[in-house]
Design a protein. Structure first.
Length: 651
């Protein structure tokens, strides 16, 4: 029977945007602008505040010069400020790490140039284990993977011989700005050719000043490699990303982790709007009872080929019978890797843990919280209080959405999200790179390890939307997945803003198959008040008061407001029946199901529909078989599925 109201749809291609506005996020609600102080301390993070962020002078940038709103050798915003001289937007980043491409880190001269520049502000970098991550694919994919950013630690620089050690504040934004200033200084020492005598005289004076500064321009003054704009613009902050489920206390904190709505600029400014998504105890999720059997799932033999696979990079999963995940008596959880609905990727998890632990132990990133395996935990962020983590159950809930909409598919669960809803960009990059390597290897041989769709219910706001598409390692690895024919679905975010939320906002970039940004619908088909929007959001799906699977071994510390004996005469229940009558326990999820809201749950619904359509095509025509190898075959399958679902095309 058809649903009374369609719970998902695509929007038409909005067409090209007017010149000069494509990278303009100004004048909109700021979105993610703060984290609770405890979370910042726990994850070694800081908020980049545009009003007091260290800045470098404008006028010259990226190895070029600004003239009339254009720039030679770099990028420029509409106001004439080029690239990194532009005032940044607010973001959240990790203080003691940068993301630097591996190919740069293998160049000793580049590493020396970076350290020379950072010495001016008392910092130095500590290299990662570049040989620890091995790829199984080959050719262009392997080459691209070797160029992706890696986690690089920042530490106080050793004092010069004979000089005392001085205290220094280690800060990634200061380090990045220092490197950018060094690149500008190097560009002044090696100025572009010009026939304008006045401009030439001005440049000569600037060159003298730059030569006097010395650090970071050794390519011109002392031999070696200069920090060019091409090098520095590939170096970035390690952002903190947040999951896109509405978090507890939405009515008082605004939404997610954006602070008070009245002071932080969020669109949700009144309790009448926010309270509609809040349940007993101030949480945005609540236990519910489901009186349905698990959606019917055909056997592999009946399908006659492999199942489509949706990769969910999230909190991991916990026990639930619908998902074929159960508690392992030896500890942790177990899955049926052969044909269970959920499978994990131990090899990928091991590398994520190894790289993070190396950063924590060897690179000075002592505040890095490690993810050890694929299982969602701990249940409570603070065991003394026992209150459920904001993201506990997030991955299990998403997997249940896929089970409902595409029961014949499989979910590959990869854990990168902490139970407090935080994701490190370095961990996400590592997971996506390893996933791309797995897919490329599968397309080049056996398709047993193939992944067809990637669902990302997380994101962040970049400090420079003007530069993110060419400087972001996150876009580079997602673009690699798209080139392999894999559809990427990303939650639009829950900040009631049109400010671009990444990776969803990469939907504006042209690619063989699209990144699809998904906003949330209410149960009546209207757009949810909390959902982000804008021309970069092209898909909408149910995301408010969604019902799905929740770990059946989770019971938080909250208790029912009323609890009385089951029998007023003081007798006990026969046969071990309930001994109490009580009100609803707001965080007892042992029934295995919950209702929750957020664009986190809209994105996997579209992902599941794509997976289901891929399987329908494979069963109906051999030309769309899921077992055909090669990225061209994967691209054709995905495009055909999107066409069948009504995707209108465009970037």
């Amino acid at each position: 029977m058809p649903q009374p109201i369609r719970n998902w749809y695509f929007e038409p291609d909005p067409g090209p945007q007017e010149a000069g506005t494509a990278a303009d996020d100004d004048g909109v609600a700021p979105g993610l602008t703060c984290l609770p102080a405890a979370s910042l301390r726990q994850h070694g993070a800081r908020v980049l505040n545009p009003s007091d962020a260290p800045a470098i002078p404008g006028g010259s940038v990226s190895g070029g010069s600004v003239s009339g709103g254009t720039v030679s050798g770099g990028s420029v915003s509409g106001d004439g400020q080029a690239g990194w001289a532009r005032t940044p937007s607010a973001t959240v980043y990790r203080a003691r790490t940068l993301l630097i491409p591996a190919d740069l880190l293998r160049d000793d001269a580049v590493v020396r140039a970076i350290d020379t520049a950072l010495a001016r502000v008392g910092m130095s970098i500590v290299l990662p284990d570049l040989d620890g991550r091995r790829v199984q694919s080959g050719g262009a994919v392997a080459e691209a993977l070797q160029r992706l950013p890696r986690i690089v630690g920042l530490v106080p620089a050793a004092p010069a011989p004979g000089r005392p050690a001085l205290p220094v504040v280690v800060d990634a934004w200061m380090a990045l700005q220092t490197l950018r200033a060094a690149a500008d200084a190097a560009a002044l020492v090696n100025p572009p050719v010009t026939d304008d005598p006045t401009a030439r005289e001005g440049r000569e004076a600037e060159v003298e000043d730059a030569a006097g500064e010395g650090a970071g321009v050794q390519g011109a003054a002392g031999g070696g490699t200069a920090l060019t704009a091409e090098i520095v613009r590939r170096i970035g902050l390690e952002h903190l990303l947040a999951g896109s489920a509405l978090r507890p206390l939405v009515a008082t904190e605004g939404n997610a982790i954006s602070g008070s709505p009245a002071t932080e600029g969020n669109g949700l400014t009144g309790s009448a709007g926010t309270s509609s998504y809040v349940y007993v105890g101030g949480d945005t999720r609540a236990p519910v009872t489901v009186c349905l059997r698990a959606p019917a799932r055909r056997t592999s033999a009946a399908l006659g080929g492999r199942r489509p696979v949706v990769a969910v990079l999230d909190t991991g999963v916990r026990a639930h019978p619908w998902l074929d995940v159960w508690r392992d008596p030896a500890g942790g959880y177990a899955v049926d890797q052969t044909d269970g609905f959920v499978m994990d990727a131990p090899g990928i998890q091991d590398v994520i843990y190894a790289e993070a632990s190396y950063a924590a132990a060897e690179q000075g990133d002592h505040s890095r919280v490690l993810i050890r395996d694929a299982w969602d935990g701990p249940v409570a962020a603070d065991p003394l209080l026992g209150e459920l983590g904001d993201a506990t159950g997030h991955g299990t809930f998403i997997a249940g959405i896929v089970r409902q909409a595409a029961p014949d598919a499989r979910v590959l669960a990869i854990r990168i999200m902490h139970s407090d809803d935080v994701v490190y960009e370095g961990d996400l990059l590592c997971a996506l790179a390893l996933l791309a390597d797995r897919i490329a290897a599968a397309e080049g041989g056996s398709m047993a390890d193939m992944v067809d769709v990637v669902s990302l219910s997380l994101g962040y706001f970049d400090e420079s939307a003007a530069d993110v598409t060419y400087s972001s390692g996150l876009w580079q690895v997602i673009e690699l997945l798209l080139d392999l024919g894999v559809a990427v679905l990303a939650a639009a975010g829950n900040y009631s803003t049109t400010r671009r939320f990444y990776p969803a906002a990469f939907s504006l970039q042209p690619s063989p198959v699209p990144v699809i940004a998904v906003g949330a619908l209410n149960t009546n088909g209207t757009r949810a008040l909390f959902s982000d929007g804008g021309r970069w959001v092209r898909a909408w799906a149910a995301g408010a008061a969604v019902v799905s699977t929740y770990p059946d071994d989770v019971d938080g510390s909250l208790t029912p407001p009323v609890r009385v004996p089951a029998h007023d005469d003081g007798t006990h229940s026969p046969d071990g029946g309930p001994e109490t009558r009580e009100a609803l326990d707001p965080d007892d999820y042992r029934g295995g199901f919950a209702t929750w809201s957020g664009t986190s749950f809209a994105a996997p619904l579209i992902a599941a529909h794509i997976a289901a359509r891929l399987l329908d095509q494979a069963l109906g025509q051999s030309a769309q078989s899921l077992d055909l190898p090669g990225n061209e075959a994967a691209t054709d399958r995905t495009r055909a599925a999107l066409d069948a679902l009504g995707w209108p095309g465009g970037a």
